[in-house]
Design a protein around this ligand. Structure first.
Ligand code: P6P
Length: 336
């Protein structure tokens, strides 16, 4: 299946919005298809609201900097984290679509009561990933994953979310950069949309994106070098000593993974002696990105198991991750 690039500036291109593309992908106009189409459109609205805030952040009071609070992860919360988290909640209110939201910024799942009698979908998300970049105007992203509720969740613990990544109905990310780009999959390939500010719409740019079999980029925070197992250190020594490799690391997962998706290579965030599970969260960071990468023909592993096969025990469970081009993921694993 080749990557299809849509002719630019055709009328039909300008009309291929997120919601239309979902219906095209599902090739039906059932209630369920319409629901998923509406969910994706609302995720697009969240992206537009966050992109607008980011573009004005430096000119507004009370947008940048820290709140002084810490989140469930024990991390200092940025004002932008709180705003973006609220955006995702607000865009799904009175939608009848999504009953529960699970976010990096909220210890427990958040229920939108007016939606719960009928809303059978759950949104899991990292509202602003890479928020350390917000104050210096570098790339940040949002990551999302859609799952269907199983059972009645009578105890309000959303334990049906603790299932493997293959239960994801849809997943993707929004990259806030020179352009705002939304990339998603529903298990039928990976597709990218650019926000056209003149239309206020995400417009289809590429369909069925395929990750190169190999790429020159390795993306990792080498500052943790002496905290890794020897196998990771030997991999880094290999790429240091062999021609054809280059390091790229932005500190924002979405930006680094988007580079790997489009140019090939490997992103890794290994476990360390003090944090054997690594830093990145499984349910709303690594599993959605693994779905994207695998759908594009790449691989995603924790060093032993396929990321999409991992069954989490807790909502905010972390996992080590190696993801990207098949040949490069295999090379890393050959040292472990
Ligand atoms: P480190 C940002 O805080 C984040 O969650 C990801 O976006 C990013 O990949 C990672 O942490 C960076 O972590 O330890 O390299 O600063």
């Amino acid at each position: 299946m080749d990557t299809v690039v849509i002719p630019k500036y055709s009328l039909d291109r300008d009309c291929t919005t997120l919601s239309r593309h979902i219906l095209q992908q599902l090739n039906n106009y059932s209630g369920e298809a319409q629901d998923l189409s509406a969910i994706m459109a609302r995720i697009g609205l969240a992206g537009k609201l966050i992109a607008r805030r980011l573009s004005r952040a430096g000119l507004m009071d009370n947008v940048l900097g820290f709140t002084g609070e810490s989140n469930i992860q024990g991390e200092s919360v940025k004002k932008m984290d709180v705003y973006a988290n609220e955006v995702f909640i607000s865009v799904f209110k009175h939608s009848g679509l999504v009953c529960r939201l699970a976010s990096e910024e909220m210890e427990k799942p958040f229920y939108i009561p007016e939606n719960c009698p009928i809303g059978r979908y759950t949104l899991l998300y990292d509202p602003i990933d890479g928020s350390s970049n917000v104050d210096i105007n570098l790339n940040v992203g949002s990551i999302f994953s859609i799952r269907q509720q199983e059972g009645e969740d009578l105890d309000g613990k959303a334990e049906d979310l603790l299932q493997d990544g293959r239960k994801q109905v849809a997943a993707g990310y929004i990259l806030y950069g020179p352009a705002t780009v939304l990339v998603y999959t529903m298990g039928k390939g990976v597709h990218s949309f650019f926000l056209d500010p003149s239309l206020g719409e995400f417009i289809l740019a590429e369909e069925n994106i395929r990750i190169p079999e190999h790429g020159s980029v390795y993306s990792v925070n080498e500052g943790n070098f002496w905290h890794w197992d020897e196998g990771y250190r030997n991999y880094i020594r290999y790429v240091h000593r062999h021609e054809g490799y280059t390091g790229r690391y932005s500190g924002a997962l979405v930006a680094d993974v988007h580079r790997i998706l489009t140019q090939g290579g490997v992103f890794l965030y290994p476990g360390s002696t003090d944090k054997p599970e690594g830093k990145l969260r499984l349910l709303y960071e690594v599993a959605p990105l693994a779905f994207i990468i695998e759908q594009a023909g790449g691989k995603a592993t924790n060093g032993r198991d396929n990321i999409l096969d991992i069954v989490p025990k807790t909502l905010h469970q972390r996992t080590p991750v190696i993801l990207g081009s098949p040949k490069d993921v295999d090379l890393v694993q050959s040292f472990l």
